[in-house]
Design a protein around this ligand. Structure first.
Ligand SMILES: [Zn+2]
Length: 178
């Protein structure tokens, strides 16, 4: 069986202006060691971060980068705290701008990539997009979670406790009757 060619890591820092002018597409892996914030947000980035960055000129001469990237992370289930294997994929287009002021001039549906120097950090760029792509809460499917859900909603238990004998008002009622 043939093994696929190993994808090499992309360089962390690129020159977006030059890449746009040349219409370059970068294909390779983002070094996981460079994505500290992303790694901290999950248990582990368990698969290579495969990325394709297409630098292009869009409508009205606007410079854009189209980011297509995927990886897999292990993230804690918020019910049982055991890991979940979660594939992540991003496919987004950002407008490349050179200042926060210029970012404000972009159409509302185009998020900016602000590159203040000649060089831009594509590892940080892809990392930011993955952080945005992380779900707000993560749970195993119910039949795969190691916490067995009780058939009764928890709310009902606390309600019936309030109405039980420990309730100070019901104790008061009992005292009055005596
Ligand atoms: Zn779980």
């Amino acid at each position: 069986m043939l093994t696929p060619p190993k994808r090499s890591n992309l360089s962390q820092v690129v020159e977006p202006r030059r890449l746009v002018n040349q219409g370059v597409t970068l294909t390779g892996n983002i070094d996981r060691k460079l994505c500290v914030r992303f790694a901290d947000a999950v248990i582990e980035i368990s698969e290579p971060i495969e990325a394709e960055l297409i630098f292009d000129v869009a409508d009205q001469g606007r410079k854009v980068v189209h980011i297509i990237a995927s990886t897999t992370v292990l993230i804690a289930c918020q019910r049982c705290l055991e890991p979940i294997t979660l594939p992540l994929a991003i496919d987004t287009v950002l407008g490349i701008v050179w200042s926060e002021d210029e970012a404000k001039s972009l159409p509302k549906d185009l998020d900016p990539w602000v590159v203040e120097e000649e060089a831009g950090d594509i590892a940080a760029l892809v990392e930011d997009e993955f952080l945005l792509a992380l779900p707000f809460v993560t749970y195993h499917p119910e039949d795969q979670c190691s916490v067995v859900l009780s058939p009764e909603p928890i709310m009902d238990e606390s309600l019936s406790e309030d109405e039980g004998a420990d309730n100070p008002f019901s104790i008061l009622e009992q005292l009055k009757k005596q």
